[in-house]
Design a protein around this ligand. Structure first.
Ligand SMILES: Cc1ncc(COP(=O)(O)O)c(C=O)c1O
Length: 373
């Protein structure tokens, strides 16, 4: 099947088509400015993104992994501390915890929401636990208010919002429910850089100041370093692109929701199980993920129909060789493991046409009727 008729999982040149001219103009502006780091563009993006989120402070950085590390380090978390997160997230969530010097501790997900089981998280915290990192995976919203109530005082919450730009709870954007939140602008994300970029967001000026120093070799004022930080800067080019795209983000997320609603309505719910969004939330559908019993057959079937799929993620983090020293074994996190073996991501993107969504639905329907369930 020719490339043009395939329904792709990711097609960034098509997705960015409506803003291509403006992106070119922004690139030209930055090149001609002769100023490439920590300039007007970065300042503007941090302000614009903070105001869009409804949070006081945004500190940009080089990528989403650094954003999580910076968030934790801004809270004073490091060597000897434990940080709780979920095993079904992208590897960088755990990687960033380890980079901060802390040890990741995993807690299973809830079978309905596919997100952190808040009760279990509260049960496993101990004297070493300094923070919990719930992940708004796929753009679904983790139950931060219940987590806050369930956790003992003094344990920080750091939201991993890498997949959730635009997701809301009771009308408020994710990123505004915790002590400090981390965003990624990796090119496939809902708000995408044309390269790597990330940011932390917080309502606490002190954490923002710490993050600002830590992203720049721990420099508090010129040539005066109070800690050993990272080199983690967002460049002016990415900041210019992101400010521009931010104007379209609500519209892009609205289109993702429209497609998701169609999938919700029209996919056979016995064959294709989906997570139940928390009451009062509006997910941003970075990914549309279904659970299917015969996953390999299903993916092969869709591929033959010209529809690309993905798996986010096939190996729970505690099973990764990099974390074998933590001593977890198969069976420790039954819900996350059941998902890892059966989940499939279907195409969803702002540029996907109704016709393409219909092709996905029709192919899923044919598979279900052929005995897929
Ligand atoms: C849930 C999650 N957390 C963190 C990250 C890390 O972001 P980045 O790739 O920008 O470092 C990603 C993206 O890859 C992600 O999906």
């Amino acid at each position: 099947m020719s490339d043009s008729v395939r329904v792709k999982l990711v097609d960034l040149s098509r997705q960015l088509q409506p803003v291509m001219r403006d992106l070119e103009e922004a690139a030209r502006r930055v090149i001609h400015s002769g100023w490439f780091l920590f300039g007007k563009e970065t300042e503007r993006f941090e302000k614009d993104f903070a105001s869009w989120l409804g949070i006081e402070h945004v500190v940009s950085c080089a990528n989403g992994t650094d954003a999580i590390t910076l968030a934790l380090e801004s809270l004073g978390i490091g060597e000897g501390d434990a940080v709780v997160t979920v095993p079904n997230t992208a590897f960088p969530t755990a990687c960033a915890i380890t980079r901060s010097g802390a040890t990741p501790v995993f807690v299973d997900i809830d079978a309905e929401s596919w997100l952190m089981d808040v009760k279990k998280a509260a049960e496993i915290v101990d004297g070493k636990t300094k923070a919990v990192v719930p992940v708004h995976l796929y753009g679904h919203v983790a139950d931060i208010p219940s987590l806050r109530k369930a956790l003992p005082q003094g344990i920080y919450i750091v939201e991993d919002c890498a997949q959730a730009h635009g997701a809301t709870l009771n009308g408020k954007h994710v990123g505004s429910f915790s002590d400090i939140a981390a965003f990624s602008f990796y090119p496939t994300k809902n708000l995408c850089a044309l390269g790597d970029a990330g940011a932390v967001a917080t309502g606490t000026a002190h954490y923002a100041d710490r993050a600002r120093a830590l992203r720049f070799y721990g420099q508090e004022k010129r040539d005066y370093h109070t800690s050993v930080g990272l080199n983690s800067r967002m460049d002016e080019m990415q900041a210019a692109f992101l400010s521009l795209e931010l104007k379209y983000l609500d519209q892009w997320v609205a289109r993702r929701r429209e497609i998701a609603r169609r999938y919700d309505r029209e996919l056979d719910s016995r064959t294709y199980k989906r997570p139940s969004p928390l009451a009062g939330t509006s997910p941003s559908y970075h990914l549309y993920v279904v659970m299917v019993d015969k996953r390999d057959e299903f993916r092969r079937f869709l591929d033959r129909e010209g529809i690309e799929t993905g798996i986010h993620y096939p190996v729970p983090i505690f099973c990764q060789p990099a974390y074998s020293h933590l001593g977890y074994s198969r069976g420790d996190f039954p819900h996350a493991e059941a998902l890892a073996d059966r989940i499939v991501s279907l195409p969803i993107a702002p540029h996907l046409t109704d016709g393409e969504a219909e092709r996905v639905i029709a192919a899923c329907d044919r598979f279900a009727r052929s005995g897929g369930s």
